[in-house]
Design a protein around this ligand. Structure first.
Ligand code: A3P
Length: 278
């Protein structure tokens, strides 16, 4: 955090894709990379998303800043920089929040976010030869806000409030909405980034090409996203970013009691904010 505060120099053109973990980071990265670079690549042929996982195309802001102990790598990226982050909005320094750089935030129904996180943690634990975490235990941690990025609900509310105060700075989206009407949200993201689709692009079906390229079905079936890379065994592996990619899988995992507890926390936390999940 100190490195970000002291050394990171925001540029007015920076775009930060923000999420709580497991809320659609991979998808958001793919969609925005494809939107931003739509004139540079052929969608059927040489597109980088065919050969790279989205995390290698849109760098993880805090990860890169910590890894080298400096910000020099991020400084060397050409503008506009497309970065991704799990940091709560409140942890960004004023230099970023008061500059004209923009945030696209995606959140997700907490029940699906929790289930996705539980599966993910157990995949990582399995690879490290640790025993799986029981869902009851993981559930208590989630409900108590034990997470690297702070409590799930506070994370969502921080960006929600920022989007209400500064709609031109923070675009607030829900995974469920994007899933239901992907094309409409691709247009919305492009407009937010001041890169609306021209009539010509609409006629060429560019929006649909982006939607199809970035779909769960397409990305999860690419070789690059199926292969485990032994050379970076300590890192998260590409296949671990893909599981089901569906809305509502929580029904297959949560007990009635867990459902009621999560719904109640969500209702209490979001009361009076205008925010809710179906
Ligand atoms: P599930 O575990 O519910 O399947 P993140 O990218 O933030 O780590 O989130 C991972 C979740 O997003 C997983 O959810 C994963 O399957 C889903 N996901 C990954 N790529 C996706 C895509 N292209 N479209 C929709 N969902 C996707």
């Amino acid at each position: 955090m100190m490195l970000i505060h002291d050394h990171f120099k925001p540029r007015p053109t920076d775009i930060i894709l923000s999420t709580s973990p497991k809320c659609g980071t991979t998808w958001l990265r793919a969609l925005n990379f494809a939107i931003l670079n739509r004139n540079s690549y052929d969608f059927d042929n040489n597109h980088p998303l065919f050969s790279s996982n989205p995390r290698d195309l849109v760098l993880f802001f805090e990860g890169y800043i910590q890894e080298g102990g400096s910000t020099s790598f991020i400084e060397s990226l050409p503008s506009p920089r497309l970065l991704s982050s799990h940091l709560p909005f409140s942890l960004f320094p004023n230099s970023i929040t008061s500059s004209s750089c923009r945030f696209v935030y995606v959140c997700r129904n907490p029940k699906d976010a929790f289930v996705s996180m539980w599966h993910f943690m157990n995949k990582l634990r399995g690879r490290m030869e640790l025993p799986p975490l029981a869902i009851e235990h993981a559930f208590d941690l989630f409900c108590n806000g034990v997470s690297l990025n702070g409590p799930f609900w506070d994370h969502v509310l921080g960006y929600w409030k920022a989007s209400l105060e500064s709609p031109n700075k923070v675009l607030f989206l829900k995974y469920e909405d994007v899933k239901r009407e992907t094309s409409a949200y691709v247009r919305k993201m492009a407009e937010f980034l001041d890169l609306p689709f021209s009539a010509d692009e609409e006629n060429q079906g560019i929006v649909e090409k982006i939607v199809n390229l970035c779909s769960f079905e397409n990305l999860s079936n690419l070789d690059v996203n199926k292969v485990v890379n032994k050379a970076i065994f300590h890192k998260i592996q590409n296949p671990e970013f893909f599981r089901k990619g569906q809305v509502g899988d929580w029904v297959n995992h949560l007990t009635l009691e867990m459902t009621e507890i999560l719904d109640q926390i969500t209702q209490e936390k979001f009361q009076g904010t205008g925010l809710s999940f179906d």
